[in-house]
Design a binder for this molecule. Structure first.
Ligand code: WTA
Length: 636
């Protein structure tokens, strides 16, 4: 069945229906997928506990929807195209038939190595096709994957493996990112010292970086594939999963404590990933779709792997970085594969803009039809550049707002359907009911208003829990405002009812589209031996969107400030990963605190932003003099 919305009138009608009759609406959408057994009830929910169940009693396997169902009519169409880091290396492509075979084989490898339904498997891999294969193979057998982005440190990996109690790891010897080589297996080995639950490590050959293979624990991907081939285990029936069985865990940062494992389930996530992919990008048969994200983040999960494959699309996977060998790499890829839909992040656009038009002007971008943006607010300058120089003013830009927790895009234009406005995520997708509330949780009615963005009705792709700690899920998302899912984002709704996301209102910062909790960075800084206390805030950064500004109290004078800054950065890199390194570290003798000992971050944020003359009320401070010292020592 065709679920594509074709015109704005159509959208308005469908949206209206989806709000008035949500169960009927989602029943129809879900019916366009392949189920092993139909559901008894579309939805059962409350936001109090929360307890959210979609397609109750339904049975399915998402990989049958992403692979098997396309074999008959799209078997020979490319499912995945892979562009390696080095443009001189051969690219690879897999048809739906080939991908199906590879997934079945590797699913058998997992089984052969003892994995079963419900087991947690950590995946730490480069952006190679085998990463998608590993993800789908887990789903095939009903194991829960927990993909960890290749840039995280050993400590971060260990935290995630322990939290989910993973029994298996899938990794590679190393990965390439531009001119850099990352020794993935070595990092993983450091992590595994702390992870006795892991009994098996499957290692893909990618870089031939020297590694140690531990007897009885580590095996090579290629050897294991040969084994199942020899055994004739070529096919692997898809495990029957309940709609509400977990599909994966993905860790993301919040305003407090360690990253939490967001849990998505099989049925609802599949329906939402497929439906949103189809409608936002208006994918047409045989088009080439290129999402530049990493599968280590939610964007890669939903819009490189599951969404596009569920809809039978051709999804392009890129291993490298936008600036190597030069800043024209994306445009070379677009030209080479005649990419029709390009989905990237504002930070990438801003970093490429700096190089001027030399890397764009001779590239054939005529295949492009739709451009997408995700991960952070897109500033007007970047929006205009993208529109003018990449889209040649001919391609709609879909500014897609969503989160790890939402599973898929919630507010976005539908390409060529919704009239766009620069920097606006515009309108909610069918089934999504956003509302703005004030600090007290009162709904802000009407247009031309701003508030905290909440969603008042469930949608199939939403998180169900945070792994191993349901209370944390309740407190984080469902307790701030009664009966609402709270996003953590601020938002304005203009006179036309269009939504514009203004950024986080909590202590989460968004650095190059990566979510980082300020508390996490503070904890890492505080691990450094000479640090007494620290406070971290975000500040506007030309390329990254937000940068990390750290105020640090040391226990003794440094001989060399620069060296101490590097030591602190190295500590953060070790504890979290290079993505969380502070951009600026200011040494201070104290922090602005209230009489009850609470750090006044509002003031620190203002100073980091350079707005030193509008600090607001400082009368409740314990020691106002510290503010002058911090102002005077501000790093510009
Ligand atoms: C921000 C990424 C403005 C927002 C898919 C959200 C955006 C956080 C947009 C989630 C957008 C994402 N406009 N802000 N189009 N998209 N954000 O979990 O603050 O990595 O809460 O998911 O990114 O980041 P996450």
């Amino acid at each position: 069945m065709d679920l594509s919305i074709k015109s704005f009138e159509d959208y308005q009608k469908v949206y209206q229906h989806s709000v008035e009759q949500p169960e009927q609406f989602w029943d129809t959408v879900a019916s366009s997928f392949v189920w092993k057994k139909k559901w008894n009830k579309v939805l059962d929910w409350n936001f109090k506990e929360p307890d959210i169940n979609w397609f109750v009693g339904g049975k399915l396997n998402i990989t049958e929807n992403c692979l098997d169902r396309h074999l008959a009519d799209k078997g020979d169409q490319p499912a995945l195209i892979w562009e390696p880091n080095d443009p001189e290396e051969h690219h690879r492509a897999f048809t739906y038939k080939q991908l199906h075979q590879k997934v079945c084989l590797f699913a058998n490898v997992l089984k052969n190595n003892g994995a079963k339904k419900g087991d947690r498997i950590c995946i730490y891999m480069p952006m190679v096709p085998e990463l998608a294969v590993a993800v789908l193979a887990c789903a095939r057998i009903g194991a829960i994957h927990s993909v960890v982005f290749g840039g995280f440190s050993a400590q971060s990996i260990a935290d995630r493996i322990q939290d989910a109690n993973c029994s298996m790891v899938i990794t590679a010897d190393g990965s390439y990112r531009g001119t850099k080589e990352v020794p993935l297996k070595n990092v993983m080995d450091d992590a595994l010292v702390q992870c006795p639950s892991v009994k098996r490590v499957i290692v893909l050959t990618r870089s031939r970086t020297p590694i140690s293979m531990i007897k009885g624990r580590d095996v090579w991907w290629e050897d294991e594939i040969k084994k199942v081939e020899t055994l004739g285990m070529l096919n692997c029936p898809a495990e029957e999963m309940d709609a509400e069985d977990p599909l994966f865990i993905l860790y993301t940062s919040g305003s407090t404590g360690k990253p939490k494992g967001v849990v998505h389930t099989c049925g609802g996530y599949m329906v939402y990933a497929g439906y949103s992919f189809q409608n936002v990008f208006q994918y047409q048969p045989e088009e080439v779709y290129f999402c530049t994200a990493d599968i280590g983040w939610i964007t890669g999960h939903t819009y490189i792997v599951y969404g596009p494959l569920a809809m039978g699309a051709t999804s392009l996977l890129f291993e490298g970085v936008p600036t190597w060998p030069d800043a024209g790499r994306f445009w070379d890829i677009v030209a080479e594969y005649k990419v029709n839909i390009l989905y990237t992040a504002p930070t990438a656009i801003r970093s490429l803009m700096q190089f001027g038009l030399d890397f764009v002007k001779d590239k054939d971008l005529s295949s492009l039809r739709v451009l997408g943006s995700v991960g952070e607010p897109i500033n007007e300058e970047a929006w205009n550049w993208y529109h003018e120089h990449i889209g040649k003013k001919n391609c709609p830009i879909v500014d897609t707002w969503w989160q790890t927790e939402t599973g898929g895009i919630l507010i976005s234009p539908l390409a060529n359907v919704t009239p766009v406005k620069p920097c606006f995520a515009t309108l909610p997708l069918p089934g999504i009911q956003p509302i703005l509330v004030d600090e007290k949780g009162e709904e802000i009615i009407g247009n031309g208003v701003s508030g905290n963005l909440c969603i008042k009705f469930p949608w199939p792709g939403m998180l169900r829990t945070t792994y191993g700690d349901h209370e944390r899920c309740r407190v984080n998302y469902f307790a701030t405002y009664e009966n609402l899912y709270f996003t953590g984002d601020g938002c304005m709704r203009d006179e036309d009812g269009y939504y514009r996301i203004t950024g986080r209102v909590d202590d989460v910062i968004n650095v190059s589209g990566h979510r980082i909790g300020t508390a996490e960075v503070e904890n890492a800084i505080n691990m450094f031996s000479d640090v007494v206390e620290s406070a971290v805030v975000g500040y506007p950064h030309d390329i990254k969107g937000q940068g990390i500004y750290a105020y640090v109290i040391l226990s003794r004078e440094t001989d060399d400030d620069e060296l101490t800054r590097k030591d602190i950065s190295m500590t953060v890199s070790r504890i979290i990963g290079a993505i969380a390194k502070p951009d600026k570290i200011q040494f201070v003798s104290g922090l602005p605190k209230t009489r009850s000992g609470k750090i006044m971050r509002r003031i620190l944020r203002k100073i980091a932003e350079g707005e030193v003359n509008s600090l607001g009320d400082t009368s409740t401070l314990l020691d106002p003099a510290v503010v002058d010292e911090i102002k005077n020592g501000r790093l510009s």
